[in-house]
Design a protein around this ligand. Structure first.
Ligand code: SF4
Length: 276
């Protein structure tokens, strides 16, 4: 677990280097939602999340703002931020920027979306996603070994890497390649988070949508096949999402209560007067 009762203090950054057509945050990653926040205000936001009881500062998709974020976290820490910082990213990051990230990141949460460069080209328009993400993730694991601390609800991760992989419909062989790579390169050095929440998007602003079975969710048979791969590769430490019973409803970030069913509690909202 990386967050406890206070929840994760997610801070979403506008834009993204990949623009997946199935992005659940497409309004922010591709649709331009957001506004400019200067360093002192960024620090205000981090400190407000700490005051409200967040267990960490979870920076979502900040790759294109790394120097400013490094400065913002430094400023927040000068003003009293004591929370661990989580770096929640696409994994498409150069290893030469990791020293800058290592200055302020405690836990890395990178995606490993695919190891197939032709799928990477078709989905993101870049052919080097697999080697770039694999190299970045290996370097992240080398610099942030897994470390947990006891708390009343069990053990919380305070340092480490959690590699996320979203299974895509019709692409179990692709997931198999990712799991094989994880077992070979990161067993015992990082955790795996396997997700099955792919939901056919109604709109795909800015994203490439190659041919494929994108209009459906993951089937029960695909789910079982992928779980069997975990046994086959001996992957035991990490998180596996249950198979959702139906396509989930997407968050709507143009609303202050963006998350369906009150899943998360917005504390700051760029679209209105929404500070609390
Ligand atoms: S990498 Fe993540 S945030 Fe960026 S477009 Fe893809 S799903 Fe969205």
């Amino acid at each position: 677990m990386i967050c406890g009762e206070g929840g994760s203090g997610a801070v979403f950054l506008s834009g993204c280097t990949l623009k997946c057509f199935f992005c659940q945050n497409y309004q922010i990653s591709a649709g331009g939602l957001g506004r400019t926040v200067e360093i002192p205000e960024f620090a205000d936001i981090c400190l407000m999340l700490q005051r409200k009881g967040a267990e960490n500062i979870n920076i979502v998709t900040g790759t294109h703002f790394i120097p400013s974020l490094a400065e913002g976290i430094k400023e927040s820490e000068k003003r009293g931020l004591r929370l661990p910082v989580v770096w929640n990213s696409s994994g498409y990051e150069r290893t030469d920027i990791l020293p800058l990230l290592n200055d302020f990141v405690d836990i890395y949460l990178p995606d490993l979306k695919t190891l197939d460069s032709s799928l990477g080209s078709a989905l993101f328009g870049v052919s080097d996603y697999p080697q770039t993400a694999a190299a970045a993730i290996r370097a992240m694991a080398a610099s942030r070994p897994l470390r947990r601390k006891e708390n009343p609800r069990g053990q919380a991760l305070v340092s480490g890497v959690i590699v996320r992989h979203l299974a895509l419909p019709g692409l179990t062989d692709d997931t198999r390649a990712v799991l094989a790579w994880f077992a070979e390169n990161l067993a015992g050095k990082a955790l795996l988070s396997l997700m099955f929440q792919y939901s056919p998007p109604a709109r795909t602003p800015g994203g490439r949508r190659p041919a494929g079975e994108w209009t459906r969710t993951i089937t029960a048979a695909e789910y079982e096949r992928i779980l069997a791969m975990l046994d086959e590769f001996g992957i035991e430490d990490g998180f596996v999402q249950d198979l959702p019973e139906a396509a989930g409803s997407l968050p709507d970030f143009s609303r202050k209560d963006a998350f369906p069913g009150g899943l998360a509690r917005p504390l700051w909202f760029c679209g209105g007067s929404g500070r609390e």
